[in-house]
Design a protein around this ligand. Structure first.
Ligand code: FE2
Length: 322
């Protein structure tokens, strides 16, 4: 069985193709990038409409398939930005109806976990999922996916992006913050906000933005201090979930997980508690269609099919409700 998966929850329109033995045959990513400012939902959805057809064609060409070879269409039904989700859902519904193919709507956060399990040696990991909109510590426990910790307000990536805009970076700001942080020398005190296994970034963003505006600190020191503080919070939440579940594997997912300092801190924590850490390559860390195709196959194998009437988008779909 060949599945074509469509991702469009936020900034990236992605089309991936996977087969039922777990081989990824194509993974085409079309992200929105800006020189200045963040993502505007209406503009991102215009971008997705523009690249949609091209991305599907490129993915089929990369996999050396025609649409008639595809047996299943999967799409990210949620969570995400409504404007953006609608484009992917519409494309998936059209392909399903035109080519008489079964349709499966999948949860985007769980797709990050399952693609990580497919592409690394992780078997029963705790997933630290860190992206723009999402910050969750997820694991499969007692028959369902559970959220052990999460952000109480904005995602860590959004926080980094908004701070990046404050100091003149475009979208995505994460890579530039990482580069700038490497030049930082002096740690500046920033609030450390963790409640049990939950984290919060709103107050930190206000604090660090005010520090940037005061002109008293260098960009490098602020980026460095911000990364050290928020990554330590994430590592603490992940470690607590690992201790609670007794799991010995940590898997990273989401665009922020491509930050090498975060990876390093996770690696140290895992080493200290005799656990293993796994990071898929970048094209599968960020939002991508391959993870949607793979989760589509897994769910279809278990008998799931989404009827057209039930294929409406779910912008607030929680991981633990999937
Ligand atoms: Fe994501």
């Amino acid at each position: 069985m060949i599945c074509l998966g469509i991702e469009s929850t936020a900034h990236t329109f992605g089309v991936g193709i996977a087969n039922s033995s777990g081989k990824v045959l194509a993974n085409v990513l079309k992200p929105v990038v800006t020189k200045k400012g963040g993502i505007i939902p209406a503009e991102a959805s215009d971008h997705h409409v523009k690249v949609c057809d091209e991305a599907i064609k490129e993915a089929l060409a990369a996999a050396k398939f025609k649409l008639s070879d595809v047996g299943l269409i999967a799409f990210a039904q949620g969570p995400g930005i409504g404007h953006c989700l609608r484009v992917g859902a519409m494309a998936a519904r059209s392909l399903s109806l035109l080519h008489k193919l079964p349709l499966v709507g999948v949860n985007h956060c769980i797709a990050h976990l399952e693609i990580g399990k497919l592409l690394t040696a992780a078997k029963e990991p705790v997933l630290l999922y860190v992206s723009g909109a999402n910050t969750q510590v997820i694991a499969f426990e007692s028959g369902k996916y559970r959220v052990f910790g999460e952000t109480l307000d904005i995602g860590v990536g959004n926080m980094l992006d908004v701070f990046g805009r404050e100091i003149g970076f475009g979208f995505p700001a994460g890579p530039k913050i990482m580069e700038t942080a490497a030049k930082g020398k002096k740690y500046v005190e920033i609030p450390y906000v963790i409640k049990g296994m939950d984290v919060s970034f709103g107050g930190i963003l206000t604090n660090v933005s005010e520090k940037a505006r005061s002109g008293k600190y260098s960009k490098a020191d602020l980026c460095y201090s911000l990364q050290e503080t928020v990554f330590a919070m994430l590592v603490e939440a992940a470690e607590r979930a690992m201790a609670h579940t007794g799991k010995k594997e940590l898997l990273l997912g989401g665009g922020v997980a491509s930050n090498i300092r975060l990876q390093e801190m996770c690696r140290i924590m895992c080493r200290e508690r005799n656990a293993k850490m796994f990071v898929p390559e970048r094209q599968f860390l960020v939002d991508n269609g391959a993870m949607i195709a793979w989760l589509g196959i897994l769910e279809h194998k278990k008998g799931k099919q989404t009827k057209i009437k039930d294929s409406g988008i779910k912008p607030y779909w929680r991981t633990d409700e999937a």
